[in-house]
Design a binder for this molecule. Structure first.
Ligand SMILES: [Zn+2]
Length: 596
C-alpha cells in the first residue's frame, strides 16, 4: 500500500496507523464457522475470514472476527463447510473451449466408426442452411479412443456420409484433424504438397494424403475456416467464463491466445462481466520468416494493446507470457512428441507382439537449440515469461538446457519459466526443475488408465519409459514446484475430477474394467500438494502470488466454498465436489442453489 520513496520512519508510522485503522473498521463480509483452508506456509486451517474492499482483512477464529463484524457487515455462516482459495488454472484454452460448447461436438467419447459417422451425419442433417462449400466443423473427437483399438480413420470414413460439404474433424488433443475427400480437395492438398515445418500430412503407401493432418499441417485446412465473427467470439468468451465460475476458477492463463480472443475478453471486462482474472500467452512462432526479435516485438505490440496493468481488485487482463511449442504429443497415432529414444513398433503380429525400437524418435524439436536460446533471451529482456509446450523427454531436456543457459545471463535470473505437460521426463532431468527453478504445469487428469495411456502409450514406450509416464509425484519428490493447468478443451473442463486423479491416478469408476486400477506403480500426490498446485503454485507462474493463491491478510478475496471437505472425504469422492460459492475480489460471481 505504501509506495517507496518515503523515509523509513514515516513508512513505519503510516503502516502502524493503517493497521490500527484496519482493525477497527467493520468488514464488508465475514465468513464464520468454516473449515478455512488457507494454503499459507503451514497449510493452516482456520474458522473465520473477513473481507473489506475486496481484500482479506482477517483470517482466524470465530471470536476474533467479532471485532470486525459491524451493523452493515454481511455475515455468512459456513456451517462447517470448506472455504479455500479460488482455483487458478495455469494452462487452458478458454476461447476454443467456449466456442466448442457452441459447435458440432463428439464430446470426447470413445466411438466406433459407425457411431462416429452417425454422430456427424446428425450434425449435417440438422444444419440445412449451409451450402456445399461451407465447412462442417466437428470438435472434441477422442481420436485415441476410437473403437476397436487401432481402427483406422481416413477421408473414406467421412466420404461415406451423405453430404457435399467439406468436413473437418478436430481431435480433442488439438494435434490432428481429419478431412473428407472434399476437404482435402478444398485445402488443395495433393501428393506433391510438402509437409509443412512442424507438421505432417499422413499419406498412404502410394503417397496420397489419407485425410489426416498432424500439427502444423492442420493449418492447410484450418486457415480456410471462416474466422469466428465478433459475436461468436463474445459468445465463446461468455460461455468459457460461465463454465469457469461454476468450477470455482478465479484466475486462468489462456495458453495460446490471439487478438480476437483478447478483444472479446476486453469487451466483457468493460461491461463488468469478466468474472476471473485473465492472463494471456501470445504465440512465438518462427515460421514464415519471423525472427526471435520480430516475434517478440509483435508480442509486445499485443501487450501494449491489451494488457491492463498490475492486478487490482476487480478482474482485469494481463499479457505477460509467451507460448512456445517444442513438440506435439507422444501418444499414438501422432507420435509427434520429441523423444530421446525411438518409439517402439510391433515387429511381431497382433497375436504375438514383439515390440522393438522403431525407426524414429519423433520430429526434430520445433525450435532448434540456437533459436530457443535466442528467443528466451529476447523474452527475458522484454520481461515476458516463457510458457513452453513440451510433451516428450527430448523436448523437456532441450528446454531445460536452454533455460540453464538463460539462467547464466543477468536478465535470465528473474524469469519464471513454465514447462507445460511433461508427459514423459527422463529421470536424470527430474532434479533440474528445482535446480533451475522451472515450474512444470501438469494436467493431472492424464495420469489415469485410459485409451490414450494404456491403449496409445504403453506398448510404444516400452516398460522402462511407461513406468514413469505422467511423473507428477516423481517431479514433486525431486523438489519441483508443481502447478496445475487443465488444458481445456483437450478434456472437458472438470477441475475436481482432475484433482481426484492427481491424488489417486485412477480413472472414473464407470470407465470400464480395462481401465481399472492405478496408472503404473507411481504414487499419487498428497492432497495438500494437489491443492497447492492449483492455487498458490499456479499463481506463482502468473506472478500473482502476492495477491492470490492463498487466504492470507492483505490478499485479494478470491475464494470458493465447497459442498464437501476435500481432505476428509474418500479420495474417489473428490471428483464429485461441487462448488457452492465463487468469490472474486470479494464479490460473489457464482452461487449454487445449494448454498443457503
Ligand atoms: Zn494447451
Amino acid at each position: 500500500m505504501i509506495r517507496t520513496g518515503l523515509p523509513a520512519a514515516l513508512i513505519l508510522t503510516l503502516s502502524l496507523i493503517t493497521t490500527a485503522y484496519a482493525a477497527d473498521k467493520p468488514a464488508d463480509t465475514v465468513y464464520r464457522n468454516g473449515y478455512v483452508y488457507t494454503v499459507d506456509a503451514k497449510d493452516s486451517v482456520q474458522q473465520a475470514l473477513a473481507v473489506r474492499g475486496g481484500r482479506i482483512v482477517y483470517v482466524g477464529d470465530n471470536d476474533g472476527v467479532k471485532a470486525l463484524t459491524g451493523k452493515k457487515t454481511e455475515v455468512i455462516d459456513l456451517q462447517g463447510r470448506m472455504l479455500m482459495p479460488g482455483l487458478i488454472d495455469g494452462h487452458m484454452h478458454p476461447q476454443s473451449g467456449g466456442s466448442r460448447l457452441l459447435n458440432c461436438s463428439l464430446n470426447y467419447e470413445p466411438l466406433t466408426v459407425a457411431q462416429f459417422q452417425s454422430r456427424i451425419q446428425t450434425c449435417l442433417d440438422r444444419d440445412k442452411k449451409s451450402g456445399p462449400e461451407r465447412w462442417m466443423i466437428v470438435v472434441n473427437w477422442f481420436q485415441q479412443g476410437m473403437l476397436p483399438d487401432g481402427v483406422d480413420t481416413t477421408a473414406a470414413t467421412l466420404d461415406a456420409l451423405k453430404t457435399d460439404r467439406p468436413i473437418i474433424v478436430r481431435s480433442s488433443f488439438g494435434h490432428s484433424a481429419l478431412l473428407n475427400t472434399k476437404g482435402v480437395q478444398t485445402a488443395k492438398i495433393t501428393r506433391d504438397t510438402p509437409d509443412p515445418a512442424g507438421g505432417k500430412i499422413t499419406r498412404d503407401a502410394k503417397g496420397n494424403a489419407t485425410g489426416l493432418l498432424e500439427d502444423a499441417a492442420q493449418d492447410l485446412a484450418m486457415n480456410l475456416l471462416p474466422p469466428l465473427t465478433v459475436a461468436e467470439n463474445l459468445a465463446a468468451s461468455k460461455a468459457a467464463l460461465a463454465a469457469m465460475r461454476q468450477q470455482g476458477i478465479t484466475t486462468f492463463l489462456d495458453a495460446y491466445t490471439d487478438p480476437e480472443t483478447m478483444t472479446a475478453f476486453t469487451d466483457l471486462q468493460k461491461q463488468g462481466k469478466l468474472t476471473a482474472r485473465a492472463h494471456f500467452a501470445v504465440l512465438i512462432d518462427l515460421d514464415k520468416g519471423a525472427t526471435p526479435q520480430s516475434a517478440v516485438a509483435e508480442l509486445l505490440k499485443q501487450q501494449k494493446q491489451f494488457d491492463q496493468g498490475p492486478t487490482r481488485v476487480a478482474p482485469s487482463m494481463q499479457v505477460r507470457h509467451a507460448k512456445l511449442f517444442m513438440d506435439g504429443v507422444i501418444s499414438a497415432p501422432a507420435f509427434t512428441g520429441a523423444m530421446i529414444e525411438p518409439y517402439l513398433t510391433n515387429k511381431g503380429t497382433p497375436e504375438k507382439p514383439d515390440w522393438q525400437p522403431g525407426p524414429h524418435n519423433g520430429p526434430p524439436s520445433y525450435f532448434t537449440p540456437e533459436a530457443l536460446r535466442t528467443t528466451l533471451k529476447e523474452l527475458a529482456r522484454a520481461h515476458i515469461d516463457p510458457h513452453i509446450h513440451v510433451d516428450g523427454d527430448r523436448a523437456v531436456r532441450e528446454s531445460l538446457d536452454a533455460i540453464e543457459d538463460l539462467r547464466a545471463t543477468p536478465e535470465g535470473k528473474r524469469v519464471r519459466p513454465a514447462l507445460a505437460h511433461d508427459e514423459i521426463v527422463d529421470p536424470a532431468d527430474y532434479p533440474r526443475f528445482a535446480q533451475l527453478d522451472v515450474t512444470p504445469v501438469l494436467s493431472f487428469q492424464w495420469a489415469k488408465p485410459a485409451p490414450d495411456t494404456v491403449g496409445a502409450l504403453k506398448d510404444y514406450m516400452g516398460p522402462r519409459r511407461y513406468a514413469v509416464v505422467e511423473p507428477q509425484a516423481l517431479l514433486l519428490n525431486a523438489g519441483a514446484r508443481i502447478a496445475y493447468g487443465s488444458d481445456w478443451p483437450v478434456d472437458p473442463l472438470d477441475e475436481w475430477f482432475a484433482l481426484k486423479v492427481g491424488v489417486t491416478r485412477t480413472a472414473a469408476p464407470d470407465a470400464g474394467k480395462e481401465y481399472a486400477g492405478r496408472l503404473t506403480a507411481q504414487p499419487g500426490m498428497p492432497r495438500a500438494e494437489v491443492l497447492r498446485a492449483i492455487t498458490l503454485n499456479a499463481a506463482y507462474t502468473l506472478r500473482q502470488e502476492k495477491d492470490s493463491g492463498s487466504l492470507e491478510v492483505g490478499k485479494l478475496a478470491d475464494m470458493i466454498v465447497l459442498d464437501r471437505n476435500f481432505f476428509t472425504i474418500p479420495a474417489e469422492d473428490i471428483a464429485n465436489i461441487k462448488v457452492l460459492l465463487t468469490v472474486v475480489g470479494g464479490k460473489i460471481v457464482y452461487q449454487s442453489k445449494f448454498m443457503r
